[in-house]
Design a protein around this ligand. Structure first.
Ligand code: HEM
Length: 386
C-alpha cells in the first residue's frame, strides 16, 4: 500500500474503517453465540451455526475484504476507483442486510432471511459493479488483478445461490446440492482466491521480498477454478486440482519468504503463516471427507487468523497515512510501528489459534475465541486512539 501514487486521491478513512468496524462486531457476536450454544456444533444445519457462519464469512470476512479492496485495488491497478462514494451504499445495504439475515436464521423466519439476504446481496452487487467499472478503466493489468476479478465473480455467485436456497426454503423447491455449491463457492471461490491473491501482494510488501513471481499465482488460479468446476460436477479430479492449487500457493509463499529482505517476521505475517497451517489441516480433513471439521478449521483458523493478522498491518497504515503523513517534517509524529500495541495482537492470535484447533473436539473452546476476538478488537481500538 505504500505505492499509492500522488495523483490518486486517498479514500475517506470512514469507508475502509466502516467495513472493518461493522465486520469486527459481526465476528464478536458470532463467536459469542457459539460460546453460548456450543451444542449447536453437534448437529447439521443448526440455526445457530448457520447464523454464526454468515456472521463470520459474510459479516467479517466479506466486510473486511470489501473495505480493504477499495484501498488496495487503486494500488494494484495504479489508477483511481471509478465511483468511490458507491462504497457507502454497499456499506449501508450489507451492514443492515447481514444482521437481518442472521436474525432470520435464528428465528427460522424465511421471509426475514430472504429480505436480509436480498439487501446484503444488493450491496455485494453494487460493490461488484463498482469493481467492474474500476477494472475496465485500468491501463495496466496483472495476475493479482485477475485473482480479484475472479473473487468478484464468486462474490456474486455465492449470495445468488444463497438467495435461491433461502427462497427455496420459503417456496419449497429446496435442493440440498445447492447448499454444497453455495458453501464451496463462498469458501474456496471468495476466500481462498482473495486471501491468496491479496495475501500474495501483502506478504511480498510486508517482508520486502523480491521472490514474487506472479506466474505461480496465474497457475494457481487455473488449478483452483478448474478444481471448483470439478467439485460442482461431483468429480474427484476437482479435489485433486484444489490440492494442486493449494500446493502451488504454498510453493509461491515459500519463495516469497526465502527471498525476503526483512528477516524478522512481524505479527501480521506470523498470523498469515499460522492461517496457512490451518488451511493444510482443513485440506487434510476435506480429502478424508470430514467436511464439518474442514469447514471449522477453514473458517475459524484460516480465515480468522489471516484476516485479523492482515488488519494489524493495514489499520495502523491507514490511520497513520490519514492522520500523520500530512504532518511529517512539521512536528514529531509516531513511527508506523508505534501505532500497534505490542502484546495484544499475539495474545489474540494465540487464543484464536488454540480455540480454532480445539473447538471441533471440545466446543466450549469457543470461549477462547471470544477472548481472542476481544483482544483483537481492543487492539484495533487502541490503534485508532494513537
Ligand atoms: C459470500 C457470502 C456468503 C458465504 C461465504 C456463505 C456461506 C455459507 C455457508 C458456509 C453455509 C453452510 C453453513 C452451515 O452448514 O452451517 C451457508 C448456508 C446458507 N446460506 Fe450462505 N453464505 C453467504 C451469503 C449468503 C447470502 C447473501 C444468503 C441469502 C439469503 C445466504 C443464504 C444461505 C442459506 C439459506 C443457507 C442454508 C442453506 C440450507 O440450509 O440448505 N448466504 N452459507
Amino acid at each position: 500500500m505504500t505505492g499509492l501514487s500522488p495523483q490518486i486521491k486517498p479514500l475517506p478513512l470512514s469507508l475502509p474503517l466502516g467495513f472493518i468496524a461493522v465486520g469486527s462486531v459481526d465476528l464478536l457476536v458470532g463467536v459469542w453465540l457459539l460460546a453460548l450454544h456450543p451444542q449447536a456444533l453437534l448437529s447439521y444445519r443448526h440455526p445457530i451455526t448457520l447464523a454464526v457462519a454468515h456472521l463470520l464469512f459474510l459479516g467479517f470476512g466479506v466486510g473486511v475484504l470489501m473495505g480493504v479492496m477499495q484501498q488496495l485495488v487503486a494500488v494494484i491497478l495504479e489508477g483511481p476507483l471509478a465511483k468511490p462514494h458507491w462504497g457507502y451504499a454497499t456499506l449501508l445495504l450489507w451492514g443492515l442486510g447481514t444482521p437481518l439475515q442472521v436474525g432470520g436464521f435464528l428465528s427460522q423466519n424465511s421471509s426475514q432471511l430472504a429480505l436480509g439476504g436480498g439487501l446484503g446481496f444488493l450491496g455485494l452487487l453494487v460493490f461488484a459493479l463498482h469493481m467492474l467499472l474500476t477494472f475496465r478503466q485500468a491501463e495496466r493489468w496483472n495476475p493479482v488483478a485477475t485473482a480479484l476479478a475472479w473473487v468478484m465473480f464468486y462474490l456474486v455467485l455465492t449470495p445468488l445461490l444463497g438467495m435461491l436456497q433461502a427462497l427455496s426454503l420459503r417456496y419449497g423447491f429446496y435442493d440440498p446440492n445447492r447448499l454444497a455449491w453455495h458453501a464451496v463457492a463462498g469458501l474456496a471461490g471468495v476466500f481462498l482466491l482473495s486471501i491468496w491473491g491479496v495475501g500474495h501482494k501483502l506478504v511480498e510488501m510486508f517482508t520486502l521480498s523480491h521472490g514474487g513471481n506472479t506466474k505461480w499465482l496465474g497457475l494457481e488460479l487455473w488449478a483452483l477454478n478448474l478444481g471448483l468446476l470439478g467439485l460442482a460436477w461431483g468429480q474427484r479430479l476437482g479435489v485433486a486440482l484444489l490440492v494442486l492449487g493449494i500446493g502451488i500457493a504454498g510453493y509461491d509463499l515459500l519463495n516469497l519468504l526465502r527471498h525476503r529482505n526483512k528477516r524478522v517476521l512481524d505479527v501480521g505475517v506470523q498470523h498469515f503463516l499460522a492461517g496457512a497451517g490451518f488451511l493444510l489441516l482443513a485440506l487434510g480433513a476435506f480429502v478424508f471427507q470430514r467436511y464439518w471439521l474442514a469447514g471449522l478449521w477453514f473458517g475459524l483458523g484460516f480465515v480468522g487468523l489471516i484476516v485479523t493478522g492482515m488488519l494489524y498491518k493495514i489499520t495502523p497504515f491507514l490511520i497513520w497515512t490519514h492522520r500523520y503523513a500530512p504532518l511529517v517534517g512539521r512536528t514529531r509524529v509516531p513511527l508506523l510501528k508505534e501505532m500497534l500495541p505490542e502484546w495484544t495482537p499475539r495474545l489474540a492470535g494465540g487464543l484464536l489459534g488454540v480455540g480454532a484447533l480445539l473447538i471441533p473436539f471440545a466446543p466450549p473452546a469457543a470461549w477462547l475465541l471470544v477472548g481472542g476476538v476481544g483482544f483483537f478488537i481492543y487492539t484495533l481500538v487502541e490503534v485508532m486512539r494513537r
